[in-house]
Design a protein around this ligand. Structure first.
Ligand SMILES: Cc1ncc(COP(=O)(O)O)c(C=O)c1O
Length: 404
């Protein structure tokens, strides 16, 4: 056997598979519209780019401390204090190559083989695979559209066992857009303390929230809860900096130091230039976030309204992030015939939409949620209109009558 059992157990990302298929079709000359993107369609703001150019010109191009430069740690501490009302010191902060690496480091640091990790589903694609990589066990807990895809404390308690080590909370949520409020977080926090469970809070979409939603970090509830929490955040989504690969984590010193050990022996430090640019992202002008958020908000409303007009589709108004997550189980139940075969699930449905309408989107199954699709509205209004026209058309012609 050449490949280790650990790697054999990891599933490739369905999100990347759809993106690759869409790119292939584009190369073949097809006018594919993509709702698959997991990143803002905006460019990194000028002030941040300038800072990176200065860093290069000033030869800030060497290795840095493995867990990140002190200037960036201080900027992160300032941000957490101001925005999230929670205080940390530099040894409680690590900067990594994206929030994804922070999550990976945190899960590996906390989990022994066989430990159980509570994972509310639908969930972002990488949590499950990272948990499996650590030889821990993901314990899925369903959240429901009728409950705005939010996990109740009772549901958490039901799944707790002596092996439970960790809960992963993602608010605002990818793919559902759910944002937890203070009362909901308080109840979950009580369980963390009662059962001695850690909580990884992935807050990467913090700045992209809509309507009356307010972001709150569970660590800010009190010091006891803070001692059980690892906050994960980064600059990717808020500052349109996905390619720069800077994320950070804040948590108890012992855990952060474990994460730093892993990082020190795997990727060393995050990119020196991107770290300098991220200092500017956090300390410089913040109005670019609001410009982006407003555009997303307008597209969100339009997309959700259009989706809800398609027969058999029901879509909640997401409170955060930049995804619509329509329920298409009625469409599947009513049946669409494609190439003499009935479409059975969200994967086949998304493939049908890609081939017939040339619109790329992600099947709910990628997020452990059959019967749903994820459409990113981090793309132009023009493409959103055209993409939804195309989807509406194929649903009508293949599965009539579908438009109300
Ligand atoms: C919920 C969630 N967490 C983390 C990440 C990773 O972010 P980063 O680009 O900082 O690694 C993503 C990216 O799609 C995400 O959706």
């Amino acid at each position: 056997m050449t490949i280790s059992e650990r790697v054999k157990n990891i599933n490739p990302s369905q999100t990347l598979a759809v993106t690759a298929q869409a790119l292939k079709m584009k190369r073949e000359g097809k006018k594919v519209i993509s709702f698959a993107a997991g990143e803002p369609d905006f460019n990194t703001p000028e002030n941040i780019k300038k800072e990176a150019i200065s860093a290069i010109n000033e030869d800030f191009t060497h290795y840095t401390a493995s867990s990140g430069i002190i200037e960036l740690k201080e900027a992160i501490i300032g941000k957490l204090k101001k925005d999230n009302i929670v205080e940390y010191i530099p040894s409680e902060i690590i900067v990594s190559n994206g929030a994804k690496q922070c999550l990976f480091n945190a899960i590996l640091t906390l989990c022994n083989p066989g430990d159980e990790v509570l994972l509310p589903i639908p969930c972002w694609v990488s949590y499950t695979e990272q948990i499996k990589f650590a030889q821990a066990v993901p314990i899925f807990t369903n959240t429901y559209q009728e409950e705005a895809f939010k996990l109740s404390a009772a549901q958490v308690e039901e799944k707790i066992s002596p092996k439970t080590k960790l809960l992963i909370l993602n608010s605002p949520n990818n793919p559902t857009g759910a944002v937890y409020d203070k009362e909901e977080l308080k109840k979950i926090a009580q369980l963390l303390l009662k059962y001695n469970i850690y909580c990884i809070c992935d807050e990467i979409y913090e700045k992209l929230i809509y309507d009356n939603a307010k972001h709150l970090t569970i660590a800010s509830l009190n010091d006891e809860v803070k001692a059980k929490t690892i906050i994960i955040n980064g600059v990717s989504k808020s500052y349109a900096m996905t390619g720069w690969r800077i994320g950070y984590a804040a948590g108890p010193e012992e855990i952060i130091s474990g994460m730093s050990k892993i990082q020190g022996h795997s990727t060393s430090n995050p990119n020196s230039i991107a770290q300098e640019a991220s200092v500017e992202a956090l300390l410089g002008r913040q109005d670019t976030i609001e410009e982006m958020r407003k555009a997303f908000d307008e597209r969100r409303k339009y997309m959700v309204e259009r989706l809800n007009k398609i027969e058999g589709v029901s879509c909640l108004n997401p409170s955060g992030a930049f995804y619509a997550f329509p329920n298409v189980s009625d469409v599947l139940k009513r049946g669409i015939e494609y190439k003499d075969k009935k479409i059975e699930n969200s994967f086949e449905l998304s493939d049908f939409i890609l081939k017939e309408a040339e619109v790329a989107l992600i099947p709910g199954s990628a997020f452990e949620a059959e019967g749903y699709l994820r459409l990113s509205y981090a793309t132009s209004m023009e493409d959103i209109k055209e993409g939804l026209d195309r989807i509406e058309k194929i649903f009508v012609s293949k599965n009539r009558p579908l438009t109300r």
